[in-house]
Write a protein that binds this ligand. Structure first.
Ligand SMILES: *Cc1c(COP(=O)(O)O)cnc(C)c1O
Length: 394
């Protein structure tokens, strides 16, 4: 394992590596479901927890361990467990911690499936859930004036790139007796490290920037060793949201280039946001580091760059949005994000269709809103494509 003193880009290449006796340079792919024991005594000692020995890939696997070690290093977390998807990570983090009678407070602007867990799944088990507007600290204070067990936030949020004050909300969560869980997908650990602001648990979809090339699904939960070992691990071990070693290996190798990719995409996103901001047909362009973003000061205080997504609103609603999207040639229409290929999404008719018009209005999502995930193409080609598509609007 690389030393803590190494910088993030170095950790992404080296941290967590476990070399086998063959002394391979690249990380090995241990595509095995089970492991063998020298004798019955070793098996017994393993199951008693007296010795460290891999047992079964649902519980742990060397390739998965390498991914977990690398993610823990880059996050500055004590421990990590990788999962099959980002949603498996969010679900395991919440359900392993909660029980009937508990109370959860969450920011309203959550990824669709996270919203479903809080609004629909948890209440089925007798867990009280409350949503608040993430940017409204008075609303957080009011919601957290009662004993609470878990707080879930996402910042920047999907798709409106709202920023939540990590330090303030983590402090309020702790005063209410809750752990603070942060979905850090949009920022990545390179741009924002929630643990430094007091978060207890950080969750990721590794499907996004970590793989970064649109190949596999994956997720991760990071936090203190005691919580990961004693709260999360028994849940994962016995319910089975484990990541395939193959997918873990893809993500592990994806991480090696993540700093290069995220840095490039952030620069392009900032350039594109500035380009779009003044243009005809663009009602507004949102980007966390632009001075006209309502929370740009907060974004700059807790993030190192503005991220790889730009959200903008076209005048003329759905009709304009669809005509614009259909006129794009290079940029694809897809609901994924954090990919090497640039993609646009129309949240009102796809990712945020199910939450309904009223909730969309509350979140600021209009029929003209477009979410743009900026990829690794030459930024001049992306701007040409955007301009050509805007020209179709007249
Ligand atoms: C994609 C995403 C998830 C879910 O991850 P999957 O890997 O698709 O299960 C959760 N939160 C955010 C913010 C996401 O973008």
């Amino acid at each position: 394992m690389s030393k803590r003193t190494h910088r993030p880009a170095t950790q992404l290449v080296h941290a967590g590596q476990i070399r086998s006796d063959f002394a391979e340079n690249a990380e090995a792919l241990f595509l095995t479901s089970g492991f063998v024991y020298d004798d019955a005594e070793q098996a017994e000692a393993t199951f008693k927890g007296e010795i460290a020995h891999y047992q079964y890939s649902r519980f742990g696997n060397p390739t998965v361990s390498m991914l977990e070690g690398r993610l823990a290093a880059i996050e500055g977390a004590e421990a990590c467990r990788a999962t099959a998807t980002g949603m498996a990570a969010v679900h395991a983090a919440m359900l392993s911690h909660l029980k009937t009678g508990d109370r959860v407070v969450a920011s309203r602007a959550l990824f669709g499936s996270c919203h479903w867990i809080v609004s629909t799944l948890l209440p089925r088990f007798g867990i009280e859930t409350v949503f608040v507007d993430g940017g409204d600290l008075d609303a957080w204070r009011a919601a957290l004036s009662r004993r609470t067990d878990l707080v879930l936030i996402e910042t920047p949020s999907n798709p409106m790139l709202d920023i939540i004050d990590l330090r303030a909300v983590a402090d309020l969560a702790h005063q209410a007796g809750a752990i603070a869980v942060v979905d850090n997908v949009f920022a990545t650990p390179l741009l924002q490290r929630p643990i430094e602001f007091g978060a207890d648990v950080v969750v990721y979809s590794a499907t996004k920037h970590m793989d970064g090339q649109g190949r596999v699904l994956g997720g991760a939960v990071l936090g203190r060793k005691d919580w990961i070992d004693n709260t999360l691990q028994p849940f994962i071990r016995n319910t089975g949201p484990s990541i395939s070693p193959f997918n873990a290996w893809i993500v592990l190798k994806g991480l090696e280039t993540m700093a290069l990719r995220v840095d490039h995409a952030c620069r392009s996103a900032a350039t594109i946001a500035d380009h779009l901001a003044g243009k005809r047909h663009i009602a507004r362009a949102l980007y966390p580091f632009r001075a006209d973003h309502p929370q740009s000061a907060l974004a700059r205080a807790q993030m190192l760059a503005g991220g790889t997504l730009v959200t903008f609103e076209l005048e003329g609603g759905k009709d304009s949005a669809f005509r614009f999207m259909n006129a794009l040639d290079l940029i694809v229409i897809s609901n994924n994000l954090g990919d090497s290929k640039s993609m646009v999404t129309h949240p009102a008719t796809t990712t945020h269709m199910r939450i309904g018009a009223e909730e969309r209005a509350r979140l600021g999502i209009t029929d003209g809103t477009i979410r743009f995930s900026v990829g690794l193409e030459d930024v001049a080609d992306l701007i040409d494509d955007l301009d050509n598509a805007l020209a179709v609007l007249g």
